[in-house]
Design a protein around this ligand. Structure first.
Ligand code: HEM
Length: 508
């Protein structure tokens, strides 16, 4: 009896396997990119993603050497792009490959917006007068070089200087490096965005953010959020109430040009004050997540390399003037005359900005680069890791952190890299509009920190190697791999006493 049961089960499994294999191949167009990971049809890719995480895409790139391939999943197909020129082809066809089509659904789930607002988000994602296209037109100018951007940079710099001055006066402290950076960058960035009424000034609001943010992928994908992320949903409501109160109290008056642009755009779309408040939770995700991780990785790489630390200190010291106890950092010099610092920032983005894959929905059948047939409804995925660790693009030392890689003045033979292969700020029409602010804010924070503190592991001895292997490679609004281990460090003021740091931006 048991034998027959086993035999029947075996036959059934073999039948299903055969059926799925035939189904997979019959529904694959001859000119579609080749299918890989098909040993268990529709399920192998899922198993491999959870087993190998973001390193899967690198392994497949090296193993199969394909410009593009298909992963078949239940009810959907993923087109994974390796060849840089095919990424350019995707970026050229903004009406065919859309991020907005994905974002609309995810944001609706994530932010708990009203049905009216969700309907507006879901309108034609590529229409010139649609919500997403008009958002970029409204927001980009507000955060591009100009007065509005300079005010944001200075507002952020003022907050970080005030906070670090207080820390200096308190003498040496022991902190977890990531948590310390997180708090400093969060306050500086959100002060720059929201002005004196910044809701993040309330410690409970900040704490609610840390409960909500890690659960973003669960809430956005709507996989049993009440069961799996109940606390995060409650935290989201707390955040919503804080933003609503802020708007209701008329604090928008003192906010950044960027927030004014977002507010004006949402009003024009007919959003209620409640939905605008909820929308701000999404905006903060885009603004904050990468800024915090970039701050951590910059400090980690600089303080673990004495030669780099010395070179960066030498560069930024040129921007400092001293008047009694007051030390002033001129941000225009940080912007224009610190090539090693700038190069280190870009190398951090290349080397650590591999925790995601940029994603687009295929809105109509399309022959990509006149070579590959992509079916309507599929998802195009462009893993940062593949571009950032491609030897043909970055040379033989691709796997090393080389802080002068982007500094052409350090070595005339430095090859110009293909800009499309640098994915940290995205590309094409979705190139990050906040990058000007992000760069200057980061460099201001790092300059002040390296000038005013020594940072060493609290246990003494060498720095631990960061573990990042758990990153799935699917970061939502987060391009970086994140450190999984704690970095307990001593933060020691380099000079004690009453010194006060301040920033200036003379063109302001
Ligand atoms: C180191 C810091 C940052 C990094 C690495 C970063 C990275 C990115 C990337 C990769 C994208 C494109 C996503 C895609 O193509 O799918 C993007 C989009 C965006 N970023 Fe940034 N970003 C940073 C900071 C900021 C800041 C400070 C702001 C705002 C002031 C900002 C606002 C935005 C917005 C509004 C979008 C467009 C999202 C959309 O289309 O809905 N980012 N960012």
């Amino acid at each position: 009896m048991a034998y027959y049961l086993l035999l029947l089960t075996g036959i059934a499994v073999a039948g299903v396997y055969l059926l799925l294999t035939v189904l997979m191949h019959l529904t694959q167009h001859a000119e579609e990119p080749p299918i890989i990971l098909s040993s268990i049809p529709f399920f192998s890719p899922i198993i491999c993603v959870f087993r190998e995480r973001y390193k899967l895409y690198l392994r497949l790139f090296h193993q199969y050497k394909l410009p593009i391939y298909t992963l078949r999943l239940p009810f959907t197909r993923l087109y994974l792009i390796n060849e840089t020129s095919l990424i350019s082809a995707v970026e050229k066809h903004t009406k065919v490959f859309s991020f907005a089509a994905i974002e609309a659904k995810a944001m609706g789930n994530l932010l708990g917006m009203s049905e009216e607002a969700k309907a507006t988000l879901r309108e034609d994602p590529v229409a010139e007068d649609g919500h997403f296209m008009t958002f970029h037109k409204a927001f980009r100018p507000a955060v591009s070089p100009g007065l509005g951007l300079d005010s944001m940079i200075m507002a952020s710099a003022r907050t970080m200087a005030a906070s670090l001055n207080r820390t200096i006066q308190g003498g040496q402290i022991q902190v977890d490096l990531f948590k310390w950076v997180e708090h400093e960058v969060l306050l500086a960035t959100t002060d720059a965005e929201f002005g004196p009424g910044n809701p993040f000034r309330d410690p409970e609001f900040e704490a609610a953010w840390y409960v909500f943010e890690p659960c973003v992928p669960i809430i956005a994908s709507n996989i049993c959020p009440r069961l799996l992320a109940g606390r995060a949903l409650a935290a989201r409501e707390y955040l919503y109430r804080g933003f609503f109160q802020y708007l209701n109290d008329g604090r928008l008056e003192e906010a950044s040009a960027g927030f004014h642009a977002r507010f004006g755009h949402s009003k024009q779309a007919g959003f209620s004050l409640e939905d605008i408040a909820r929308g701000e939770i999404g905006a903060v995700l885009a603004i904050l997540n990468n800024a915090i991780a970039a701050g951590f990785w910059m400090l980690y790489h600089i303080f673990t390399n004495p030669a780099l630390l010395e070179e960066c200190r030498r560069e930024v010291a040129k921007a400092v003037t001293v008047d009694g106890d007051t030390k002033t950092i001129d941000l225009s010099i940080i912007e224009s005359s610190c090539p090693t610092l700038h190069s280190t920032f870009h190398e951090v983005l290349r080397y650590r900005g591999v925790g995601t894959l940029l994603i687009r929905r295929v809105l109509e059948d399309h022959k990509l680069g006149n070579r590959y047939f992509l079916k309507k409804g599929g998802l195009v995925l462009m893993p940062n890791a593949v571009q950032h660790f491609n030897r043909d693009i970055w040379g033989d030392r691709v796997n090393e952190f080389q802080y002068q890689r982007f500094n052409r003045s350090a070595d005339e033979n430095t090859k110009r890299y293909n800009p499309t292969a640098f994915r940290a700020f995205g590309g094409g029409s979705l190139l990050c509009p906040g990058r000007h602010f992000a760069i200057m804010e980061n460099l201001a924070f790092v300059s002040l920190t390296i000038l005013s503190f020594d940072i060493e592991p609290a246990t003494g001895g060498a720095w631990a190697k960061p573990k990042t292997g758990r990153s799935l490679g699917l970061g939502v609004a987060r391009i970086f791999v994140m450190p999984e281990n704690n970095f307990a460090v001593n933060l020691s003021p380099r000079e004690g006493g009453n010194q006060q740091w301040r920033f200036v931006l003379p063109r302001q």
